[in-house]
Design a protein around this ligand. Structure first.
Ligand code: HEC
Ligand code: HEC
Length: 239
């Protein structure tokens, strides 16, 4: 009897599997009240600290949360890519909740392999290069904001940014085929050798900076050693 009941509860839990939509939205609402409402207001209607996001859509919420831009710690801070503050499940719940508030764009469906590389290049040159640079290595956006380099952006980040226009970036009304093309072209740029200048096996700016620093410190140390040993070898000259 007990065994049966355990089996039944087990089966019920198993069929629950992923949270049903309503439970997920409830969890999303709880996280929203805790981490977002102070700036974006109840139901996403906005406050003096943050814009309304009731019509931002799942695409904008997913982009902002997966790229760690939200939650913003400080209103004066420029939003930028950071490690995400939430787990993938929490992000899904928040995205579902924000999506339920209004009529923004859903997370786009992507198939970059189906995109046309030449069309992608054309779209990129005409719409993105002015701010992000011809090789997507970033630049001044001409609007007081920095357009980041695009080498860290995942295919979905690129598509979501394009249709939601984060920060000073404009919103682009691209169709699925155009999104596939532009994502494929940026992927192509990301694969090019040394797109952002000299690097050490593509391990990124932090280790590269460290190697530079280490080389500098070593040469300094060597110079100190040479000066020191020279002084030691000639003590009688000083007395
Ligand atoms: C007017 C300048 C401007 C144009 C044009 C522009 N962007 Fe942006 N883009 C920005 C700025 C500024 C940000 C940073 C926004 C933020 O952090 O809130 C950004 C962010 C992004 C990001 C996020 C990068 C990351 O690593 O998180 C992607 C991806 C992106 N843009 C792709 C594009 C694509 C694709 C196009 C062309 C269809 C484009 N952008 C056109 C200014 C621009
Ligand atoms: C300290 C205040 C603050 C907090 C907390 C905060 N935000 Fe934001 N949020 C902002 C500001 C300011 C912007 C506009 C940033 C910009 O345009 O560069 C923004 C932008 C956004 C956008 C983009 C809107 C659009 O139209 O593209 C979304 C989506 C968003 N926030 C969701 C959230 C979520 C979800 C949370 C909670 C996890 C959150 N934010 C927490 C201040 C905040």
């Amino acid at each position: 009897m007990l065994g049966l009941r355990v089996a039944f509860v087990g089966a019920a839990l198993f069929t629950l599997g992923a949270l049903p939509a309503s439970a997920q939205e409830a969890e999303g609402e709880r996280l929203y009240v805790e981490s977002c409402a102070s700036c974006h207001g109840d139901d996403g209607t906005g406050t003096e600290y943050g814009p309304p996001i009731d019509d931002a859509g799942e695409a904008a919420a997913d982009f902002q949360l997966r790229t760690g831009r939200m939650p913003l710690a400080d209103v004066d801070e420029q939003t930028m890519r950071k490690p995400p503050a939430f787990t993938p499940e929490e992000i899904e719940a928040l995205v579902a909740y924000v999506g339920s508030l209004g009529s923004g764009p859903p997370i786009p469906e992507l198939d970059p392999a189906a995109g046309d590389l030449v069309e992608g290049q054309e779209l990129f040159v005409n719409n993105c290069a002015a701010c992000h640079g011809a090789t997507a290595n970033g630049g001044a956006a001409g609007v007081g904001a920095l357009a980041p380099g695009l080498y860290q952006a995942l295919p979905l980040d690129i598509a979501e940014a394009t249709i939601t226009g984060p920060g000073e970036m404009p919103v682009f009304d691209f169709e699925e085929q155009e999104l596939n093309a532009i994502v494929r072209y940026i992927g192509y740029l990301q694969e090019q050798d040394d797109p952002g200048g000299a690097d050490i096996g593509g391990i990124g700016p932090v280790p590269e900076g460290f190697v530079g620093w280490a080389v500098g410190m070593l040469s300094l140390g060597l110079i100190c050693y040479l000066i020191g040993s020279k002084a030691k070898t000639t003590p009688e000259q000083r007395s």
